[in-house]
Design a protein around this ligand. Structure first.
Ligand SMILES: Nc1nc2c(c(=O)[nH]1)N[C@H]1C(S)=C(S)[C@@H](COP(=O)(O)O)O[C@H]1N2
Ligand SMILES: [Mo]
Length: 370
């Protein structure tokens, strides 16, 4: 597995290093941020995120799809390949579950130097109630042949990334694809998927970072593998530079966020809070493992206090936390960190990676108490 480096046909952004200057964003990054919205952090108040507040990430263009003409081809190393309509999928057994999805690039824009890409700060997360049918049963009926090692998922969106013309494609091992909670999803929060979220059908892989949940599904193929397309080998890697392949990005890491308390300054978002007992609240999640504890600091991380935890919203969804902060006049930096059931703790300083993937550093919120 190697990555081919050629001179790009597309203009370079900035100095071409792939990294950006601190605190000044390139026009292209701002344009990407306008296409790909984040969840405003006050949206953490909702156990499940209203669809219009859920974060959004689209690499290329949102494809225009007429559901009547759409079909899902299930093909490749199968005993019985099949072509399914939306109605076929809707008439199969349905599962509805809340799932916390997070983009692997969440927090990227806080790194120094900053990888030039979608400049997420902390808002690339959301929890929706997804309805679909288990992929497992579709694959069992189609009969995956012994020699197949992976299932390849292809979206109807097409574009250029890393100078490579491509369909959006990701693969999973057959074992991962056969997990009971991997769904072919056609509803989000009880309504047909909106175009930007993958209408008419997307994949949902609970516990993985979002890139695995391929939208606008066109084709599901049993292959020998490993699939080495751009979204597997060129991107979603924990790498240190442009030539370093690094390890693949897979499952979500533990993370917590707080609803910024009080009221915001319009531009800087610094918070103004009234002195007294302030209930801080937010959500924490840990992919396939559990959130074991959440702690809050009001002094920029010098000392920490335990927050109380609510029940998780679902088996692979976030859980609420709260902490009563006795706020006295002054300036503070509030921080929150979570620990998972395997003992992993969010880092205070983020280990840097070239693509800015899998970040889970502690959130910091500047507050003035009056
Ligand atoms: N076909 C396709 N699927 C895709 C993407 C894409 O660009 N094309 N983006 C992925 C990424 S990186 C993320 S984080 C999630 C975002 O899903 P959402 O926009 O519904 O929140 O979709 C994933 N599935
Ligand atoms: Mo993503």
């Amino acid at each position: 597995m190697t990555r081919q480096k050629e001179r790009s046909r597309f203009p370079e952004i900035g100095d071409g290093s792939g990294l950006g200057p601190p605190d000044a964003f390139y026009r292209e990054e701002v344009a990407l941020a306008l296409r790909n919205r984040g969840m405003p952090l006050e949206g953490l108040r909702y156990p499940t995120t209203p669809t219009g507040m859920h974060y959004l990430l689209v690499h290329f263009d949102i494809p225009y799809i007429e559901a009547g003409e759409w079909r899902l081809e299930v093909a490749g190393m199968l005993k019985k390949p099949v072509s399914l309509s939306l109605e076929d999928l809707r008439s199969r057994p349905a599962v509805r579950m809340p799932v916390t999805m997070e983009c692997a690039g969440n927090g990227r824009a806080l790194l120094e130097p900053r990888p030039v890409s979608q400049p997420w700060h902390l808002e690339a997360v959301g929890t929706a109630e997804w309805t679909g049918t288990p992929l497992r049963d579709v694959l069992l009926e189609a009969g995956v042949k012994e020699e197949a090692g992976e299932i390849l998922f292809t979206g109807l969106d097409r574009g250029v990334q890393g100078d490579e013309v491509q369909d959006y494609q990701r693969s999973l091992t057959v074992d991962e694809a056969m997990r009971e909670d991997v769904l072919l999803v056609y509803e989000m929060n009880g309504r047909p998927l909106e175009p930007q979220h993958g209408y008419p059908v997307r994949l949902l892989v609970p516990g993985w970072y979002g890139m695995t949940s391929v939208k606008w599904l066109a084709r599901i193929e049993a292959i020998r593998g490993p699939f080495e397309g751009y979204q597997m080998v060129g991107s979603y890697r924990y790498s240190q530079n442009a030539d370093d392949l690094g390890e693949p990005v897979t499952l979500q890491k533990v993370r917590s966020l707080m609803v910024p308390p009080g009221i915001p300054d319009f531009v800087t978002r610094v918070r103004l809070v009234e002195a007294g007992e302030v209930t801080l609240r937010g959500r924490a999640w840990a992919g396939r493992t559990e959130v074991a504890g959440v702690e809050v600091s009001a002094d920029g991380g010098d000392s920490w206090s335990k927050a109380s935890l609510e029940e998780p919203v679902g088996s692979v969804a976030w859980r609420g936390w709260r902490y009563v902060w006795p706020a006295r006049p002054g300036r503070y930096q509030l921080c929150v960190r979570a620990r998972d059931s395997e003992g992993n703790m969010q880092p205070f300083d983020q280990p840097w990676t070239y693509q800015g993937m899998g970040n889970n550093m502690v959130q910091r919120v500047d507050v003035i108490v009056e």
